[in-house]
Ligand binder design. Structure first.
Ligand SMILES: Nc1ncnc2c1ncn2[C@@H]1O[C@H](COP(=O)(O)OP(=O)(O)OP(=O)(O)O)[C@@H](O)[C@H]1O
Length: 622
């Protein structure tokens, strides 16, 4: 069961300083927005600038209208009907004022729509650009990073941020607009009653502090529940996907999965609800303080009007200004705390981008020699998975000579796959070093090294693409080279599988999509092995991708592999001794150590574990 996040060691609630510090994320965020589309950014900011001063203009025209009406009433002209009043010309000024206000109202609406349009587009572009950056950055990270659950949590949060931060954009720009509007109202009010503005600001402060407190709590809640939310996602997928449907049915797992989903989802819902409830109660209390401030100011203006200091038009302008100012200030303060809250989330996005891969090319990296003349030498190589107590492999000293076919045997967990991963520099050794033609593997250009090594792992990927594409991914640059793909398929004995497909090489395989045709485990493996033949690699490694092949097929695959690996260095991993014995040399691994090495005959003659395991398997066939 997942750890209860309330008792599990958790991230403490961000302090006020952390919250303010998070604001440092805003400039890079804005830079990225700008880089996404300068035109759209300028358009929306420009329009918002114009919109910002419209409210005060409209309110002022409203004041002029009322003053004019009061003046006209005071004149006691006693018009009989509208026609007469119209002809007298006394209404002209009023008419212009009303028309001006109408024009402003229409323009304001139009500009509002334009802003939404521009920002909608900008947000979408920004989300897409960030998603692409996320994928690009993820591609540079080490395998070790990916295997770290903490990184997976971070990646999950970052992924959510690419979507979630769309609202931040509109909010930030809205804040800028509101600040200008506030300034324009404040300038108007300053002439009449400056200290009232201060009163409003002070009255609103508690609501602001409350808001930012709850935003931080909300962030902490989301942060703490990331692992559970990932589990939720996992359970949901397991409960309803093609890949797991078979087992879920046979083992009747759906109730178990649903129960687990419910438990997790209820926990998150409960925590969320409790926070929302507290937020609602406190929010209401604190914002009523702001309301109080507003009414004190209102009463003061009314009193000054009664005393004759202000006209009726002034009263409407002032009261309206105050109402708007209060709304705006409240919005600004709440918005500010929300922006600060969202900036905390940006931390997740940026801290994901800040992860630096450890395995990368040195600035003065050299290309891999072509051809490799001596081969690889492992010198006292040891490697331990992060947080693991046991060494996965240790004290490995051996040579993999150029042009040699080497087989790795050993029981489950002996370290065979780890050794291969070290060879392909998916990890770097924690102890000792690996040399290629006398130079440390770390001196070579990483891309070139990987291009020279073709590995098919036991857990190779089944791409839900066409058969040709499934092979083509082995050498992405030759995806369109059908001849090469067909040739690779033939070598891996995948051609017969593909010929039997209704669509041949263009047949979509896998069951995920409507027109897809699924393959058997062994058929998938043949396709995956063809991938290795696509590569122009000097070193070929088959890490047990043949386990599902029938005995004859595996034998045949390995026989061809050996034949075709002529002049190539090759590593085979298999639990079938009939295949292993074809290798030039065999390394026997036992609990991460090299136990013995030699040809099949030598190892049999030595009578160690190899001979024992071989006999065990042979006896099974007799
Ligand atoms: N990603 C990982 N994180 C932590 N430990 C790992 C990881 N992969 C493997 N191990 C551990 O390292 C040891 C060696 O594993 P490895 O996969 O190299 O064995 P193997 O010989 O290939 O086994 P098999 O025959 O089952 O494929 C095992 O004890 C395993 O539990």
């Amino acid at each position: 069961m997942p750890a209860d996040p309330r008792t599990a060691p958790s991230r403490p609630q961000p302090t006020l300083r952390e919250r303010f510090n998070a604001m440092r994320n805003l400039p890079p965020f804005l830079r990225q927005v700008w880089a996404t589309s300068p035109t759209l950014t300028l358009t929306s900011l420009g329009i918002r600038l114009v919109r910002a001063v419209m409210p005060v203009l409209m309110l002022y025209i409203g004041k002029l209208i009322i003053d004019e009406v009061v003046r006209l009433v005071g004149l006691g002209l006693g018009f009989v009907d509208l026609g007469q009043a119209w002809d007298s010309g006394q209404l002209d000024y009023l008419l212009w004022l009303v028309l001006a206000e109408f024009g402003l109202a229409v323009l304001s609406d139009l500009l509002g729509r334009l802003v939404s349009y521009a920002e909608g587009l900008l947000s979408e572009l920004f989300t897409n650009a960030t998603s692409v950056r996320l994928m690009e950055h993820a591609a540079t990270l080490d395998l070790e990073d990916f295997e770290d659950p903490e990184l997976q949590d971070k990646l999950d949060r970052a992924r959510r941020q690419t979507m979630g931060r769309m609202s931040l954009l509109g909010q930030l720009f809205g804040q800028v607009q509101d600040i200008i509007t506030v300034a324009s109202f404040a300038a108007g009010l300053l002439i009449y009653a400056p200290w009232l503005i201060l009163l409003l600001a002070v009255a609103l402060l508690p609501a602001f502090i409350g808001e930012s407190h709850f935003n931080a709590l909300g962030y902490t809640l989301n942060f703490q529940w990331t692992p559970e939310r990932r589990q939720l996602e996992y359970v949901r997928q397991t409960g309803a996907s093609v890949e797991s449907a078979k087992e879920v049915k046979i083992f009747d797992l759906h109730r178990f999965l649903i129960d687990r989903y419910r438990t997790l989802a209820d926990g998150f819902y409960g925590a969320n609800r409790a926070l929302a409830r507290r937020r609602a109660v406190w929010g209401t209390l604190l914002s009523s303080l702001g309301t109080l401030g507003y009414y004190v100011a209102y009463a003061y203006i009314v009193w000054r009007t009664i005393r004759g200091d202000f006209s009726i038009g002034d009263l409407t302008f002032l009261a309206g200004s105050f109402r708007r100012l209060r709304q705006l200030l409240e919005g600004l303060l709440v918005g500010f705390s929300q922006v600060a809250g969202q900036a905390l989330y940006l931390d997740d996005l940026f801290s994901f981008f800040a992860i630096e891969p450890e395995i990368r090319s040195k600035p003065d990296a050299v290309p891999v020699p072509r051809p490799v003349t001596h081969g690889f030498v492992f010198e006292n190589v040891g490697f331990r998975y992060p947080d693991a107590e046991r060494w996965a492999v240790r004290h490995l000293d051996f040579e993999l000579r150029a042009g040699e076919v080497l087989a790795l045997v050993g029981e489950n967990g002996a370290g065979k796959t780890t050794l291969v991963k070290l060879l392909a520099r998916l990890y770097d050794p924690d102890e000792g070093r690996i040399l290629l033609d006398g130079r440390d593997l770390r001196d070579y250009d990483l891309d070139d090294l990987r291009a020279n090594i073709g590995v098919i792992f036991q857990d190779f990927v089944r791409y839900h693409l066409t058969a040709a594409e499934n092979i083509g991914v082995g050498q992405i640059g030759s995806m369109d080279d059908r001849e090469r793909i067909v040739d690779a398929a033939r070598r891996a004995m995948a051609d017969e599988v593909i010929d039997a497909l209704p669509g041949g090489y263009d047949q979509l395989i896998g069951r995920r999509f409507k027109t897809g045709v699924d393959l058997s485990g062994g058929q998938w493996q043949k396709i995956a092995i063809a991938r290795a033949y696509m590569r122009d690699a000097q070193v070929m490694i088959l890490d047990e991708p043949t386990a599902a092949l029938d005995a004859r097929s595996e034998y045949e695959v390995f026989r061809r592999f050996k034949e075709l690996s002529h002049q190539r260095t090759a590593v085979l991993i298999s639990h079938r001794f009939s295949s292993v014995r074809m290798a030039d040399r065999i390394l026997v691994l036992e609990q991460g150590r090299l136990e013995a090495s030699g040809t099949h005959e030598q190892l049999m003659a030595a009578g160690g574990r190899y001979a024992e395991l071989f006999e065990l398997q042979a006896a099974g066939y007799r």
